[in-house]
Design a protein around this ligand. Sequence first.
Ligand SMILES: [Zn+2]
Ligand SMILES: [Zn+2]
Length: 278
Amino acid sequence: MDKENWQLEIWGSRGSFPRSEERFLKYGGNTSCVSLTYGGGIVILDAGSGIAGLGRKTAVDGRGSSDVPIRRVDILLSHLHLDHVQGLPAFQPFYDSETEIHLYGSTGFERHLKTLIGPPYWPVGFSDFAAKVFFHELRPGEKFSLNGLTVDTMEGNHPGGSVLYRIDGKSMDGMIKSLVYALDCETDEKTSRRLEKFAEETDLLLWDAGFTKEDLKAGWGHSTWEQGVAVRRAARAEKVVMMHYNAEYEDMFLQRLEETAKKEDGAVIFAREGMKLC
Ligand SMILES: [Zn+2]
Ligand SMILES: [Zn+2]
């Protein structure tokens, strides 16, 4: 298939806080952000610090995957923890009057974001942005159409709640493609069953591998790579992409985890910033 037709790019693979020291940069220091380009459109999953780099690139290129100028950006937010929204004010398309930006999040997120982004926390706010900004509030479990894609949602098991997303679409040659974005979700028995159904036969399951099973803390709302492998198998998902790495896990440590995980399951991918998947 046409690789440019449906492509995922990792802009932020880190959880909690960005890390800029060299020993973190192979897997990536920026917090959660993934883009999906498809047939001329772009959907962004979360707006951690990684979205700044993506914004710079779209501002410079001004083009999507099919060489069509980007005039519309859709940003799906999992929740409002800082590592998932801190990049928003640095997203350059907000300062372009030709661009339309659609933000999606759970009920109440518009009010919260407008408080967070603006004085006194930040010098500029939504009323200063040149782009046309639209807010779409949703309840987890809702399903909606987005520019030819189908977006399904599921409530994550996370302090304060989170929204997991499933995106299904068709590539230009008619192939069905799908991905599931399941960050910031703790995997207990009940959640596993729901996840297995939600991620059934998806191509890419983007997974919260925030902690090793030794470091995992009940109630913190995160998971392990082993749980991701188990859900992938039960859901018959093609690949599982580990990300949202603990901010203390250095490259050397993550590399050892990756080697161990790949021996366990050849369908495991450890996300690195700049990685492209389709
Ligand atoms: Zn997070
Ligand atoms: Zn969180």
